[in-house]
Structure formats: structure tokens, C-alpha cells
Design a protein. Sequence first.
Length: 70
Amino acid sequence: MIIIKLGQLLKEKNMSQRELSRLTGIRQPTISEMCLNRSKSLPVENLDLICEVLDCDPHELIERKKEQSE
């Protein structure tokens, strides 16, 4: 499972979703979906813009967690 850690990064950077939207040009509802880990896709262009604005690397923004088998 892929986890998007955007909400956590925004808190660490003391930045709102609205501010990130303004700085990147990415729609605020799209950013909200990412913060809630509900995104179905993550365009590379958006990933690059977010990393540039938040001064982070992609591995800080996304994480892969193994699902536990039952």
C-alpha cells in the first residue's frame, strides 16, 4: 500500500493546503485528496511541484507499507 504523507509534511512546514495550492497551481481539492490519502493517481508533475515548494524529496512524501497477510 502506498501512503501519501503530504498532510504530515504540511504540518511540519507550517503550511496550509490552500497555501500549497496557491504556490503550486495544483487544485486545492486535489491536495486535500492527497492529504487524506484518497488519491487514485499522483502525476509526476504534481510530485515535482510539491517537492520543490516543500523543499523535500519524493521519498519524504510517499511511503510504501506492506499489507499484512491474514
